[in-house]
Design a protein around this ligand. Sequence first.
Ligand SMILES: Cc1cc2nc3c(=O)[nH]c(=O)nc-3n(C[C@H](O)[C@H](O)[C@H](O)COP(=O)(O)OP(=O)(O)OC[C@H]3O[C@@H](n4cnc5c(N)ncnc54)[C@H](O)[C@@H]3O)c2cc1C
Length: 446
Amino acid sequence: MTRAPTQELAGWGRYPRRAGPVSAIRSEDDLRAVVGAGRVVARGNGRAYGDAAMGVALTADMRRMNRMLGFDPDTGQLVAEAGVLLGDVIAAFLPRGWFPQVTPGTKFVTLGGAIAADVHGKNHHRDGSFGACVDWVEVMDAEGTVTRASRKDAPDLFAWTVGGMGLTGVIVRAAIRLRPVESGWIVQRTVPAANLCAAMAAFDAEHAATYSVAWIDCLASGAALGRSLLMLGEHAAAGEVPPAFRDRPFETPARGRRRVPFDAPAAALNRFSVGAFNALYWAKGRRGAGRSVVDWDGFFYPLDAVLEWNRIYGRRGFLQFQCVLPPDGAEAGLRALLEATSRAGQGSFLAVLKRFGAQESRFSFPQDGFTLALDFPANAAVLALLDRLDAIVLDHGGRFYLAKDARMAASTLHRADPRAAAVRRMRAEGGLSEAFASAQSERLML
Ligand SMILES: Cc1cc2nc3c(=O)[nH]c(=O)nc-3n(C[C@H](O)[C@H](O)[C@H](O)COP(=O)(O)OP(=O)(O)OC[C@H]3O[C@@H](n4cnc5c(N)ncnc54)[C@H](O)[C@@H]3O)c2cc1C
């Protein structure tokens, strides 16, 4: 059994930070030796922004349980340990013509983390969230017993675990289904939208697109409030691959990797630098509007090209705010969120709008509506702004994404989402509250 040295932990936003024992798990036996101790939580690759993957008494680092165990080329089903990275799945299976059915905006997530947060991609409106491609999960409980759960067997455990933020036990292995693709290329179309209303109408008009996401210039105000670039994508057929790659359609062109070499001073990101970036991005996007064929890495994971980009926010870290608002009243709610942000002078470097499709699940984040994600540097003015944004979401019947949360009050979550009380009850009745807990689950009274 590995020792559990103390480490300083943080999520991707580097806020908050907390020191605690972290156990590197290499096998089921390693895991069995630590789960019984209580108030443990599993950690994948630490790409949740806040404190979801920080244990209260112990954090079980799952990245070394990273073997792929089997693949069925007839169904596209992959069986793998929970610590396998999505990027490794792509590296192994894209050359054979398979790609994840659902992927978040970074490939540096583990399968366990993707299942526990039930992550969504740019195709939620068509294909649902990650859980839709999960056939089964094997979950270890506090006694060290591993149960295979699927929609048919142990269906309650399955339903609570997908989107359950690690609070039902530790996912040890899973079976997921990949999608067949003819190439590693994406036919992309960029559609500029002059304001929020035009952006929302564009999502409706382009509902048939497989992938869709809009980048918002969230410093624009007045008549330009919500001006956006809507990006649409389809997997390219073999014949649509750029001529230079047509005889090797799964090859990825070499892409420069840059690393942010130091913690930027917090003052580097301000209304002027973000404003300049947004104005340039908007102008470039408008010029490049229309059709292009781009590789999968650039289309799905533009931020991954800059490793450790979270350091541009400086040592104090940053916060992401992500909510979803049901279609009725979404426009008024989004307008209020963008106006409050613009008024506070806290331009968000990264502002993303997406249309979710319908989804009913035990505790996963997505539901029918529009989802907005905003990044902010961590400082007192932003924390006050985020409380105001929470109130707007509550007023418009929306809910919050726990994989992005680092600071919400328990009362906000419980008002927004009655399912949180059901999670708390399920955990108390099943004896899970004392066994599995994260800094986030304590803060949010789950
Ligand atoms: C650049 C960037 C872009 C992103 N884009 C998106 C996006 O488009 N859509 C989206 O949905 N999310 C997005 N995210 C969030 C990210 O996909 C999720 O936070 C994901 O859960 C991170 O996976 P991880 O392996 O790093 O897990 P961690 O961050 O380590 O953990 C996340 C949660 O999963 C639990 N967990 C991890 N492993 C296990 C396990 N083996 N068993 C049980 N529970 C476990 C943890 O306890 C925690 O609650 C993005 C994040 C970044 C940094």
